[in-house]
Design a protein. Sequence first.
Length: 407
Amino acid sequence: MMNENTNGIPIAVVGCDFRLASSRWRSGIVLSDDEAVSISKQLRSMKAADGFFDLNTCNRNEWIVSGSDIRWAAELLRTQMKQRLDPVARNSFEPYIYTGKDAAMHIFRVATGQKSLVVGERQIASQLYKALEVARKRGTSSRVLNGLGTVAGRLVRIALRRGLIENAAVGVHSLALNYLRNSTEDMDRVRVAVVGMGRIGKRIQGLLEEDEQFIPVYVNRTVGEEGRSRIHPLSELVEVLSDVDAAIVATGAMTPVVRSEHIPVRTGDRGLLILDIGIPEQVERDGIAEHVQIAGLDELTEFYNCERSSDAESRNRETESLVDRAVDEFHAFCSENAVCGILDTVQKHHRQLVNEEIPRLIENRLAYVPEKDRERLRNDLRNIVFEYTNEVFNILKDAGRQGNGDE
């Protein structure tokens, strides 16, 4: 799906979310740092785009670009995205593509949680900012993409003040806890292992420690001195899983951290529930014993759709109004940015003409003319160029003001 409407906004979004692709398929299009930099260099060398960043969350995986030929850039990214998948997925999967105004509207809806599995979740905004910051550190961002982040930040702050975005306790981590409660409602006390103590793992920790039903145990790849008394290293995963009723896996590893060899043999009818809320997937399902139930993001999506409340419609309408305002603001920024680029080019040629070309021409062709007359001619030609350049500047500035709706 591609929308051809750019409306003076030079960005495009190519990707998929939980509605379009399974978590396993989405895992296949997560880029490493080197891969992201390589894609950006290819786009720039082909003059298809001047900026690139990738957004990877529990709900979506998207590649966002800015440039003068975003439709071409989007088609190149669509092809690369499909090529990363296995043949079955490649034939069944078609990324969505948004360009121009529709791309900006999509990003702002994402930033305010309107496109999330848990509608209105707060975490997606910080994930968007982090993705842009990573792009800046990689050297793959652009002035337009940085402006996109600035407008999105202002939008999110307004939405938070108006209570249109949920608090930090709402998100995929709280959804995982709700799923766990629903699955263990007949148990008095539930021992739960949290594998991965990053941002999401710590949020899960906070929720678990507020609920007396759960006895949490923590596992992490690295364990600092302050955590040795309460966090197990990943090397002890088998021992930890042998002694718990459930596990929530939330690491940021690029390959599965839980595999069949980590699952202990159990006696009696003791089962094990594993919730995999990572992208890429953190649990390798092949070869897992029958007594182990694995629920990933797809299962959580189905669970949420059954539990979802119906009182969000009015908040969504107000958020959409803020999104429309953000799109207008970003359009104004892009219009100014385009005019600034033209002005920079005009100024560059102006300086070159006045400081280099005119003196060189006079010295080469009119060396026989007295110096006083040559200086007078140089000044006359400079004044002509100044008058012409100022007229161009005024035309461009007026065009920019009209494009922004200024009177």
